[in-house]
Design a protein around this ligand. Sequence first.
Ligand code: GTP
Ligand code: MG
Length: 361
Amino acid sequence: MLQARLRGVCFHSLTEGEEGAKSGDSSSLPRSIVDLELDELDGVGPATKAKLNGAGILTVLDLAVKSPSEVADAVGSDLTRAADLCNKARTKLVELKYLEEDFVSASEIYKKRMAIERISTGSRNLDDLLAGGIETQAVTEFYGEFGSGKTQICHTLSIMVQQPIGGGGLSGKAVYIDTENTFRPERIVSIAESRKLDPRKVLDGIIVAKAYNSSHQELIVGELGNQVRKASAKLVIVDSAVAHYRAEFLGRGTLSERQQRLNKFIHALVRTSEIYNLAVVLTNQVQSSPDTFFGDPTKATGGHVIAHTSTYRIYVRKTGKNRVARMVDSPYHPEREAIFQLNERGVDDPPEESSSSRRRS
Ligand code: GTP
Ligand code: MG
């Protein structure tokens, strides 16, 4: 924590400061893998280890989730040496059967997919749309206009993940990266109370990091592995993933740098979701698209980077009292819609008569 603080990154448990984070110190990963020190790798001597540690890369797992360019920055080496270090970390995890080999049979992949777990959104309709809930080992993006309910979905999910498996959760904590200053602990309390849960316990299970600008947001993601391990988190939320980049990189001239930075940021989240078997949920805004004459005249911001990296994209919009979610571009879900509501329980199903989800015509 101290090291994180020194580098300007601060994760807060909501009720007890650092105590909350400490209380969940046991990880769901085997200890031998969690604690695997960097000097277990060939070619990592004390000097390299010290440099990596100084950059918050403490274990082989931390190294495996970094990109070569981040490692190159940390050790002051060229990209080739950094890529070699990243590969050594991955190979070590493959040897320990924690990661799969590069070439594997389809049945191995199927087995890994069987390890995917799901978190309920709080609405049965929305869960059906997601084939059971938000998946671990994946990045799920909710995008839509202001007021469509993205932040409410994030609040509800950060409660649901803490519930036991039979209750729609994974008995894990949530790490909530708040870039728009819209996280509201009092909303968590009221949703928890409506769901007959202990609000204090629920607050304790959410670790919040406020990101003040895009660089800070990247720094926070750099520190994520440590936080996820400490808290035994099963869910990482970034609400919103793109807002800072959108505000800071104005004009065509800055587009390529923006996309590069965004790309790095999102890929770090993808790696984290796979390595720690956790769910990542992003929110994204929409931009008006004047060249669209048919269909919905809105599309998500962030361009191809987000579109191609999110595993699942869900478009959310208001219709009267209800909200409609549509699965867009999923590798295996049918493209269809589900109706849900926002109420005192956060995300919920509408009353019976309008509650069925419908296939898109
Ligand atoms: P932006 O972040 O501005 O893009 O919007 P968003 O998509 O994150 O919207 P958000 O999740 O903040 O949704 C706001 C809407 O949630 C409000 O307009 C309300 O309709 C609903 N909402 C928020 N709090 C409550 C509540 O306590 N009770 C009920 N019934 N609805 C609520
Ligand atoms: Mg919001």
